[in-house]
Ligand binder design. Structure first.
Ligand code: DX5
Ligand code: ZN
Length: 233
């Protein structure tokens, strides 16, 4: 499946946190379609990151959508704060309670809603919610940390979800998150993903434009120019 352009969502988890504003600006200029923001609570996952105040501080540095991935339990009490801070789409985990209510809250507040699915969770867990969400985020590592290796075992899940979305003819983005490199991106796209979340692969060196273009080219060698010319630094 590659009948539409792949979107690249750099994860700022791998950015230099001492200058997040400049990092967000740099990846936007490098051609990011979305900015992926990982929120962790040290409880749902074994790591702590940032809250709404930091999202708000980053917001003026980019005009592309902020794609906020909540790895927090509970998520519901914080939805409004992340939207006020500038989130355009909010993804919560299907493993949490109150999934339906959380999606409804995000949609009622006028934003896009996503559901993330951890490696051990079966794809069918998402089926009851498909007609209410805008985005699926398939975790291709255990959530919590950047720099882990892509789990090939998740490719079948991506395939099943793409088939289901197509069968139901739903306008849902299918994103992958974790261990994405130009090589693993190719496998994920072949399986049906159309959004690539990547931390290490984008921030591994200072050549953000090249790194984003390399991911985009995973779709096909002409994709970088066909879909969206990479702006100059
Ligand atoms: C992990 C996060 C990812 C992480 C990906 O829980 O959800 O977004 O930043 O990092 P890489 O691309 O380094 O695997
Ligand atoms: Zn993430």
């Amino acid at each position: 499946m590659s009948n539409h352009c792949v979107k690249i969502a750099p994860s700022i988890l791998s950015a230099d946190f001492a200058c997040l504003g400049q990092e967000v600006k740099a990846i936007t200029n490098a051609g990011a379609d979305w900015i992926h923001v990982d929120i962790m609570d040290g409880h749902f996952v074994q790591n702590l990151t940032i809250g709404p105040a930091v999202v708000k501080a980053m917001r003026p540095y980019s005009s592309v959508p902020f794609d906020v991935h909540l790895m927090i339990d509970p998520a519901q009490p914080f939805i409004q704060a992340f939207i006020d801070a500038g989130a355009d789409q909010i993804t919560t985990h299907v493993e949490l309670p109150c999934v339906k209510e959380t999606i409804a809250l995000i949609k009622d507040l006028g934003k896009k809603a996503g559901l993330a699915i951890s490696p051990k969770t079966a794809p069918e867990a998402l089926f009851p919610y498909l007609d209410t969400i805008d985005l699926i985020l398939v975790m291709t590592v255990e959530p919590g940390f950047g720099g882990q290796s892509f789990m090939n075992s998740q490719l079948e899940k991506i395939k099943i979800l793409r088939e289901k979305i197509q069968f139901l003819n739903l306008p849902i983005d299918l994103a992958v998150d974790g261990g994405i490199t130009p090589e693993t991106a190719q496998k994920a796209i072949k399986a049906g993903a159309n959004v690539l979340v990547a931390g290490t692969a984008v921030f591994k060196n200072s050549c953000y434009t090249d790194n984003v273009a390399a991911l985009r080219a995973a779709e096909n060698p002409l994709a970088a120019t066909k879909c969206r010319p990479a702006p100059a630094d």
